[in-house]
Design a protein around this ligand. Structure first.
Ligand SMILES: [Zn+2]
Length: 366
């Protein structure tokens, strides 16, 4: 159905504020019309119009456990015996799928229409996520699979089958499997033109150089990246709230986001659902207040940069003609936002899911 939304628009890749209307036809942005004022009664929704949020790093599988105790990173998530891996092994498939489905609905309710998910559990794990995605039509998920738990060798067929189902690989770390297996696995993915993402430098810098040498499409965390490691130019997805919970980034100097944004493309993710909600508003608020103090840049990280990193910036991530109409209309007359003038700062530092007036999705297909 074609429609119009109106108000203050965060327009284009610079998020320049203009007043007017966004016309949507067949799920795409057909016209951006500048006007001196907007008549709300002619619009499907009105307020602040911004691109829908993108979450560039999640682990939906651990939606089966919530509010885990404060503990070390290794005890929580290290394969194969960390808390999450034990929980995943014990989970009934139905329970796992339902927990992931609920999380996808929560992502939508908090303004996110696209996620890139590290899916554990091999072929079965990737298929379980696919089943969950099929039941939540308005959200798009990049599935980044990996071999089944507890393996330090690669079963050729398994990787092939995972790559048939998934969009690429989500590698837990450059030292979690043998380097020859890792190289073989990544080579297979890259030969097939699939996406490769890798955790690196989450609790110290010791696994970063090996990760960079494998030339993945993006590195996740880089909490302890040095200047020359950042200068490798590989895009980085930071997850500062996750680093805070696991205690690896509690100084607010790690990850070094201010240095990163000078040098490479930096995106934002919420990481494990067992550690954090999928609320990207919370991630933006924390990143801007604790790390960057640059609201426009943080907004870019959560939208266009995440799209650039995932290779879909020609389709989503900003309000530009011809892109999919994945739009978020924020109610600027809510009690929280009433009277806002600097709308980029308001969206990044104080908007909440309950300020959402409308979330639209232009469809999953190209
Ligand atoms: Zn992760």
């Amino acid at each position: 159905m074609d429609y119009v939304v109106g108000g203050r628009i965060l327009n284009g890749s610079d998020f320049n504020v203009i007043t007017g209307y966004v016309h949507v036809e067949s799920g795409r942005i057909a016209e951006i019309e500048e006007r001196s004022n907007v008549k709300p009664d002619t619009c499907r929704a009105s307020g602040i119009i911004m691109p829908a949020l993108i979450n560039a790093h999640t682990h939906l599988g651990d939606s089966i456990i919530k509010d885990v105790p404060f503990s070390s990173l290794d005890r929580l998530v290290k394969p194969p015996h960390g808390l999450k891996h034990r929980a995943l092994r014990d989970a009934a498939p139905k329970v796992l799928i339902e927990a992931m489905r609920r999380s996808l609905l929560d992502a939508l309710a908090s303004g996110t229409t696209m996620l890139a998910d590290f899916r554990e559990g091999g072929v079965v794990g990737a298929n379980a996520l696919k089943t969950a995605i099929d039941s939540v039509k308005k959200v798009q998920v990049m599935i980044l699979g990996r071999p089944g738990n507890g393996r330090d060798y690669i079963v050729e067929d398994e990787i092939d089958t995972i790559l048939d189902i998934a969009h690429g690989l989500g590698v837990s770390g450059s030292r979690d499997v043998s380097s020859s297996s890792l190289m073989a696995m990544i080579d297979k993915a890259q030969t097939r033109g699939k996406f490769v993402a890798m955790h690196a430098g989450e609790k110290d810098e010791s696994d970063i150089d090996a990760a960079i040498a494998l030339n993945p499409d993006c590195l996740i965390h880089m909490t302890y990246a040095s200047k020359h490691q950042i200068e490798s130019g590989i895009p980085i997805v930071v997850c500062p709230r996750s680093n805070l919970v696991t205690g690896v980034g509690s100084s607010f100097r790690h990850p070094p986001i201010a240095q990163m944004v000078q040098t490479t493309i930096v995106g934002l993710g919420t990481d494990n659902v067992m550690l954090n909600s999928l609320n990207m508003f919370a991630e933006m608020e924390f990143t801007s207040k604790a790390f960057l103090r640059d609201d426009r840049k943080v907004l870019e990280m959560a939208t266009l940069n995440n799209a650039r990193i995932l290779g879909i910036a020609d389709e989503i991530g900003s309000i530009d003609l011809g892109k999919k109409a994945n739009l978020l209309v924020i109610n600027d007359r809510s009690n929280n936002l009433f009277g806002t003038k600097n709308i980029i700062s308001s969206v990044v530092r104080r908007a909440r899911p309950d300020d959402i007036a409308l979330l639209t999705h232009g469809g999953r297909g190209a």
